[in-house]
Design a protein around this ligand. Structure first.
Ligand SMILES: [Fe+2]
Length: 734
C-alpha cells in the first residue's frame, strides 16, 4: 500500500503527527528504556548470584575432593601401622569411571628418608615446618604446595604415621591436580570461567582466556570488594566476576584459596539482548503502525480542512455559488454545511448589495424623473423580496393629484411601466407625513386608493415608505407582499435606503428641471428681445426654431445636435441688437451702406456669444446662417460643407418665415410661393439635402393637418411645446 505523505507539508498535519508520536511512541520508548534498564539490573544481579554460587560449589567440591584424599591417606597410614594389607591403595592411583587418579604417588618417609612407596612414583620430601609437624601430630593432614616455577607447582597431601617427638613418620601423597580441576570443571557452567589462587597469590587454576594482566586487575579489585563481586574490562568487553574463599586452614593447615568465577557481560546479558531486539522490533512496528494510522487519520481530518480552505479562497475571489462536499459524518461535515449556508447567504447579500448599488447609481446619476422611476420599478425586486413594487409621486400643489407608477409585465429594461392617478384621504397623507421611516398596512385597512392595484394582484400586506423632500411629503415607495415573510424587516431597511436616495434624486431632478426652464426661459426672452426690436419680426426667432427642429429631426440629427440647433435658431439674429432700429424698420429698400451695416449682424451675434463657453458650438450657426450653399452669401462667402449643417437648416427656416411675413417694403408671400422659391433655390442658396427634408415635411404636413398647421399658420408656439418637441425628437431618435 502506497502511503502518500504529501499532505505532511501541512502545519496541522505535522502538529497532529507530532501528537501521535508523543502520545504513542514516547510512552513506549520510556517503558522500553525502564524495562531494559530494570532487566539489565536484574540480569546483572542474577549473574553475580550465579557466579557466587558457582564459585562456592567449585570450592566445596574441591575441598571435598581434598578431604576424600586425606581420608584415604589416613586409612593407608592406619593400615601401615597395623601391618595390614591395604586393598584400596590401587584405587588411589587408578582411573576410575574415566576420572583421573587422585594421587600420582604415595610415599612413606622416616624422617626425610623415603622408606616405602605405596603407589605411583616416589614423592620428594616436602618442606615441612615444625608447626606442620605439630599440626600433623593432632592426626590431621596438611596440604603443601610447592612452587616449581612461574607456571607450575606441585601439591602434596601429608598425613602423620606414628609421629612422636623423636620419630617423624610421614605419608606424603602427590595430589593429581588434574583430578581436582576436573572436579572444578564439572561444577562450572558453560560460558563461565574459574580462576583459583591461594590467598598468598599463588595461581592454581585458570580455565578462561584470562591474561596475567587481567588476573592482576581482578586480584587488585577483589581486595577492595567487600561483597566479593566486581566488573572488569578487557579488549573483549566487560566481564562480571564473583569470588568465594575456601578456608583450608582448619582442615588442611594451608592458606585459604580464592575461587573466582567470571562471565562476560555479553553472555550474562544474552536474555537482555534478546529482549532488546524484541523491544526494538516492537518499537519499529509501533512506528510503522503509528505512521500508518496517523497518516490515515490526518488525511481523513485534513481533507475536509483542505476543501474548506479551497472554499474560503473561492468565496474570497467572489465565487459564492460553489459548494463544499464533505461526507465525514462528523463535525467537519457539519462545518461544511454551515460554510455552504454562510456562503449562500454572503452570496445573496453580495448580490443584493451589488443590485442595490447599481440601482442607486442609476437613481442618483439620472436627472430625469421617468428614468429614476424606471430604475426603481425595474430593479427593486432584485434587492427586496416583495411581490410587487409601486412608486407614487405626490405634487398636490401643481397637479392636485398623485400618480402611482407600477411595473406591468415584462422583464428587465423591456418591462412596461404604467401610471395611474391616485387619490389620498387627508388622514392618509397626514399619516404618511408623520411616518418618517415606514408604515406597515394590512389589506382592508386604509390607503385603498394607493393599494388597490396591488391588492388586485394578490398582495395582502404592504410596507409604505414616505419620500420626504424639503420636509414635504413628495412620494411613497410601496412594497406589496402576498404572504408574511421573515425578510420584511430586512426589506424595510433596504427600502428605506432606496426611498432616501429617491428623495435626493427627485430633488436633483427638480433642480435640473428648474435650471432647464430658467435656461430656456432666458434664451426665449433674449430671442423675443431681438425680435421686439422691429415690429415686423415679432415671434420670428421662435418660429424659425420650431421649423429648424423639424428639419433637423427629419435629417436625423442627434439629440445633442438638436439642442445646439435649437439654441442657435433662437439666437441666430441676436447680432441685430447692434443694428440701428431705423435700418431694421426702414420702409424702403436699404442703401448700399445700410445693407453693408445690416450684413454685419451675423458676426456681431458671434461676438456677443463668444464669452459664453457653453455656446461655442452655437456660434457657427449664428455666424453662418446667411451663407449661401453656392458661396454667394455673407459675411464670408462660405459654400457647401464649409457651412455647418445647423446654419444650412437655419437658412431655409429663416427665409421661409421671412418670406411669409409682411415687411415694411413688401407684403408677405403665400406659402406655396415660398415653398416653390425654396425649392428653386436648392443648390444655390440652400443645401439640397435640407431642402429635400423641408419639402418632405411640407408634403407630410399637407396630409397631417394638425402638425402642419402649427407651422404654416405661423402661430406662436409656446416654449414648453418647443421643449416637448425637442424631447419627442430625442426619444424617437433613441
Ligand atoms: Fe438673419
Amino acid at each position: 500500500m502506497k502511503i502518500n505523505l504529501f499532505f505532511m507539508k501541512s502545519r496541522v498535519a505535522k502538529r497532529i503527527f507530532y501528537i501521535f508520536i508523543i502520545c504513542v511512541l514516547l510512552p513506549i520508548g520510556i517503558l522500553a528504556f525502564i524495562s531494559l534498564h530494570q532487566l539489565s539490573e536484574d540480569q546483572k544481579e542474577k549473574s553475580f548470584q550465579k557466579l557466587h554460587q558457582v564459585s562456592k560449589n567449585i570450592g566445596m567440591s574441591v575441598i571435598e575432593g581434598l578431604s576424600f584424599i586425606q581420608s584415604e591417606m589416613h586409612v593407608v597410614a592406619l593400615s601401615n601401622n597395623s601391618g595390614l594389607q591395604t586393598p584400596m591403595l590401587e584405587l588411589l592411583n587408578q582411573h576410575i569411571d574415566g576420572k583421573h587418579p587422585r594421587l600420582l604417588g604415595l610415599t612413606l618417609f622416616e624422617g626425610q628418608k623415603a622408606i616405602k612407596t605405596f603407589v605411583g612414583k616416589p614423592c620428594p620430601y616436602p618442606k615441612v615446618t615444625a608447626s606442620d609437624l605439630q599440626y600433623l601430630s593432632t592426626g590431621k593432614g596438611v596440604l603443601n604446595i610447592q612452587i616449581l616455577n612461574e607456571n607450575s607447582y606441585s601439591m602434596f597431601m601429608i598425613v602423620g604415621n606414628n609421629i612422636s617427638p623423636d620419630r617423624n613418620r610421614l605419608i606424603v601423597g602427590k595430589v593429581n591436580i588434574e583430578y581436582l580441576w576436573e572436579i572444578a570443571r564439572a561444577s562450572l557452567p558453560s560460558m563461565t570461567h574459574v580462576y583459583i589462587r591461594t590467598s598468598a597469590g599463588t595461581s592454581l587454576f585458570n580455565t578462561g582466556p584470562l591474561s596475567q594482566v587481567a588476573l592482576k586487575e581482578i586480584e587488585n579489585k577483589m581486595k577492595t570488594s567487600a561483597v566479593g563481586r566486581l566488573e572488569w574490562n578487557d579488549d573483549s568487553g566487560t566481564h562480571f566476576a564473583s569470588q568465594w574463599s575456601a578456608f583450608l586452614k582448619g582442615s588442611f593447615y594451608a592458606d585459604d584459596w580464592k575461587i573466582i568465577v567470571t562471565e562476560s557481560k555479553g553472555d550474562a546479558f544474552a536474555a537482555v539482548n534478546r529482549a532488546s531486539k524484541i523491544i526494538a522490533l516492537i518499537f519499529i512496528v509501533s512506528v510503522l503502525v503509528v505512521l500508518f494510522l496517523s497518516s490515515v487519520q490526518i488525511r481523513r481530518n485534513l481533507e475536509p480542512l483542505t476543501r474548506l480552505k479551497e472554499g474560503t479562497q473561492r468565496v474570497s475571489q467572489g465565487d459564492f455559488k460553489s459548494r463544499i462536499r464533505v461526507r465525514s459524518g462528523d463535525e467537519f461535515e457539519e462545518l461544511a454545511m454551515s460554510f455552504n449556508t454562510m456562503s449562500e447567504k454572503i452570496g445573496r447579500h453580495f448580490s443584493n448589495l451589488s443590485e442595490m448599488g447599481q440601482m442607486i447609481t442609476k437613481i442618483l446619476t439620472s436627472l430625469d424623473r421617468e428614468k429614476i422611476i424606471q430604475a426603481v420599478l425595474l430593479n427593486a425586486r432584485n434587492v427586496v423580496s416583495c411581490d410587487s413594487v409601486s412608486l407614487t409621486l405626490i405634487d398636490l400643489q401643481e397637479t392636485k393629484v398623485a400618480l402611482t407608477f407600477l411595473k406591468n409585465g415584462g422583464y428587465g429594461d423591456t418591462a412596461l411601466v404604467v401610471k395611474r392617478p391616485t387619490i389620498f384621504q387627508l388622514s392618509e397623507l397626514r399619516k404618511l407625513g408623520e411616518a418618517r421611516e415606514n408604515l406597515i398596512v394590512e389589506s382592508g385597512e386604509e390607503f385603498d386608493g394607493l393599494l388597490s392595484t396591488m391588492k388586485d394582484r394578490g398582495c395582502v400586506r404592504f410596507v409604505l415608505l414616505p419620500i420626504i423632500i424639503q420636509n414635504q411629503l413628495s412620494g411613497v415607495l410601496t412594497l406589496g407582499y402576498m404572504e408574511q415573510l421573515e425578510q420584511m424587516r430586512e426589506d424595510c431597511i433596504k427600502a428605506r435606503q432606496i426611498a432616501d436616495h429617491l428623495a435626493s434624486a427627485f430633488a436633483n431632478a427638480g433642480l435640473m428641471e428648474e435650471l432647464d426652464q430658467l435656461n430656456w426661459g432666458a434664451l426665449t426672452a433674449l430671442a423675443r428681445t431681438v425680435d421686439a426690436k422691429s415690429s415686423w419680426t415679432a415671434g420670428h426667432s421662435e418660429r424659425v426654431t420650431n421649423l429648424s427642429l423639424w428639419i433637423g429631426h427629419e435629417i436625423g440629427m442627434t439629440s445633442e445636435e438638436l439642442v445646439i440647433l435649437q439654441r442657435g435658431a433662437l439666437l441666430h439674429d441676436i447680432g441685430k441688437i447692434g443694428i440701428p432700429g431705423c435700418i431694421l424698420d426702414k420702409p424702403s429698400r436699404l442703401t448700399t451702406d445700410e445693407y453693408t451695416l445690416f450684413k454685419e449682424h451675423p458676426e456681431k451675434g458671434a461676438l456677443i456669444l463668444e464669452p459664453i463657453k457653453a455656446y461655442c458650438k452655437v456660434i457657427p450657426l449664428v455666424a453662418q446662417h446667411h451663407e449661401w450653399f453656392n458661396g454667394q452669401g455673407y459675411p464670408k462667402g462660405l459654400s457647401g460643407d464649409g457651412i455647418c449643417m445647423g446654419a444650412r437648416i437655419l437658412a431655409v427656416a429663416d427665409v421661409y418665415d421671412a418670406l411669409l411675413s409682411d415687411r415694411p417694403y413688401r407684403k408677405g408671400w403665400d406659402k406655396d410661393s415660398v415653398i416653390d422659391h425654396i425649392h428653386e433655390k436648392a443648390g444655390l442658396h440652400f443645401d439640397p439635402e435640407v431642402v429635400r427634408a423641408f419639402m418632405k415635411i411640407c408634403n407630410v404636413s399637407y396630409s397631417d393637418t394638425l402638425t402642419y398647421t402649427s407651422i404654416t399658420d405661423r402661430n406662436s408656439i409656446p416654449m414648453k411645446e418647443i421643449s416637448a418637441t425637442y424631447k419627442l425628437a430625442a426619444k424617437i431618435r433613441k
